[in-house]
Ligand binder design. Structure first.
Ligand SMILES: C[S@@+](CC[C@H](N)C(=O)[O-])C[C@H]1O[C@@H](n2cnc3c(N)ncnc32)[C@H](O)[C@@H]1O
Length: 485
């Protein structure tokens, strides 16, 4: 399609329309380090990590990591000025001395030194080829011997439909330069397609489904993702071929999914090829791949010993066991897993009773279970979203203490006027409710419940219901991983 990129000054688009960046728990070094350990890689000492994030936006992802690991060094860079300045304001409120947020263009920037972790989230598919090459070159040249790169990108075949919808929308708004007008007209086209073709069982159905996805999107995401002139998906095998040219190899994905190819009567012996088959099968649209240096000999067998030093947690909610022995566990976000495997039931029940605390794997008793079957079961539960492995446990309070304290990060985010606050598990919580924002702001560990209630009433809360409000808020904040130890 003949587009006219000259009409838009894309260099400044992220300054003009703010991208709603988020922390991505799967890109957190504690999370990646756990997967590296499972893959048998040696790990860097925690107090000397160097972490780089390219295209970091306002630092929503890298800043909480720097907050979590004060002894490690973090560099985030982005060419957009406004997001970097917003990140710096929060960093300076928190007096973070181990985070550097730089305004720099990847086309000119060269890293100093090597890194244990390099992160590029939401960047690779949205930049020109030479910047993609530069990102891979930086990873290939600047990862320490055991270092891991996290790169997310759009993938085929799922993105064929997404591209179709995107091409249609960009064609429709091709004469508009004003971002708000582009967003508005794109949405109105998507709505028209949905309204006029929604019930049709013709081939337009796929297009219509894409337009429904478009209509759900945040305006800034629509503008920067689907209306962007560059939005390049890749087949997994093609992405890995590009990476291999920079001496990088595939470790796996940061949020591994069960390889669905096992349902097909196909010979897919090759570990990587089977993932490509799987992408076709599930029409995958997005990947968050982990790369390491090509000279590392990977042994993809799951070995129980490699789990030994990890911490594991589970936010599932168990239902009553059924008569036939099966038990359902509701997953933290949505969906559930049902199992009659005695070990799975035992682990999930135990961990869910401890949530939000973690357990060291070496403290869990696996007596009576064959060690050969355990690692595969653990990975299955991890892939289902029922277990979470980390190299270090998040600093969460075991219970609501007499002088409860919310994380200094969450309090600083509220003071900066953010609607979202980042919890101790590197996940954003949307706090639209003014009451809960007030509660969090006061939770600096200096007040007991009575003093908290008194100060909240002074701040305008209803004295009649204040004690109920405080109890409710504290137990909610505890479960949301916002209270610190
Ligand atoms: C879609 S946003 C993603 C931001 C963030 N990583 C996230 O996932 O929320 C892409 C980011 O890459 C930055 N970017 C694009 N091209 C760049 C370049 N050549 N050098 C530095 N940053 C760049 C943009 O300014 C923008 O902040």
């Amino acid at each position: 399609m003949n587009r006219d990129p000259g009409k838009l000054d894309l260099r400044d688009s992220y300054d003009e329309i703010k991208y709603p960046s988020l922390p991505r728990k799967q890109s957190h070094p504690a999370f990646i380090a756990a997967l590296s350990a499972i893959a048998g890689l040696s790990l860097p000492p925690v107090d000397r990590w160097r972490v780089l994030e390219v295209g970091c936006g306002d630092g929503s992802n890298i800043l909480p990591m720097a907050f979590d690991y004060p002894e490690s060094r973090f560099i985030g860079l982005d060419r957009a000025v406004n997001p970097i300045e917003a990140g710096r304001a929060l960093a300076s409120r928190l007096r973070l001395a181990n985070l550097e947020l730089r305004v720099a263009d990847l086309s000119e920037w060269e890293p100093e030194g090597e890194f244990d972790y390099i992160i590029a989230h939401g960047v690779f598919s949205w930049v020109p080829k030479e910047i993609r090459e530069k990102i891979l070159r930086i990873c290939g040249a600047s990862l320490k011997p055991h270092g891991i790169a996290f790169i997310s990108y759009n993938v085929y075949p799922g993105c064929h439909f997404r591209r179709l919808a995107g091409d249609f929308l960009r064609f429709h708004v091709r004469r508009l330069t004003d971002p708000a007008a582009r967003i508005q007209d794109a949405r109105s086209l998507a709505q028209t397609v949905v309204d006029q073709m929604g019930g049709d069982s013709s081939p337009q159905h796929a297009l219509c489904d894409e337009m429904k996805v478009i209509l759900e999107k945040d305006a800034a995401v629509l503008y920067h993702d689907d209306l962007a002139e560059i939005n390049e998906p890749f087949y997994l095998m093609d992405f890995l071929a590009q990476a291999a040219r920079h001496d990088l190899q595939y470790l796996g994905d940061a949020l591994p999914k069960r390889d669905d190819v096992r349902y097909l009567a196909l010979q897919t012996e090759d570990w990587i090829e089977s993932r490509q088959y799987s992408d076709f099968l599930v029409m995958r649209r997005f990947r968050e791949s982990l790369l390491c240096r090509r000279d590392i000999a990977l042994d993809r067998k799951l070995v129980f010993d490699r789990f030994h030093d990890l911490y594991v947690a589970s936010g599932v909610k168990p239902a009553e066991p059924e008569q036939d022995g099966r038990q359902q566990f509701d997953l933290p976000k949505s969906g559930n897993v049902t199992t009659n495997n005695p070990l799975a039931k035992q682990i999930l029940s135990r961990l869910s009773s401890l949530w939000p605390q973690s357990m060291r794997m070496s403290d869990i008793s696996f007596e009576g279970f064959s060690p050969d079957s355990i690692p595969d079961l653990l990975m299955q539960l991890h892939q289902a979203g029922a277990l979470e492995f980390r190299m270090h446990p998040p600093k969460v309070a075991p219970s609501v203490s007499d002088y409860p304290e919310a994380s200094a990060l969450a309090r600083a985010q509220i003071a900066e006027g953010h609607r979202m606050v980042t919890n101790q598990r590197h996940i954003n919580i949307d706090f639209q409710d003014e009451t809960i924002r007030k509660v969090v702001s006061l939770l600096d560990g200096s007040r007991n419940r009575q003093e908290l209630a008194r100060d909240l009433v002074t701040a305008g809360l209803d004295p009649e219901t204040i004690h109920k409000t405080v109890e409710y808020a504290l137990s909610g904040l505890h479960r949301l991983n916002l209270l610190t130890a």
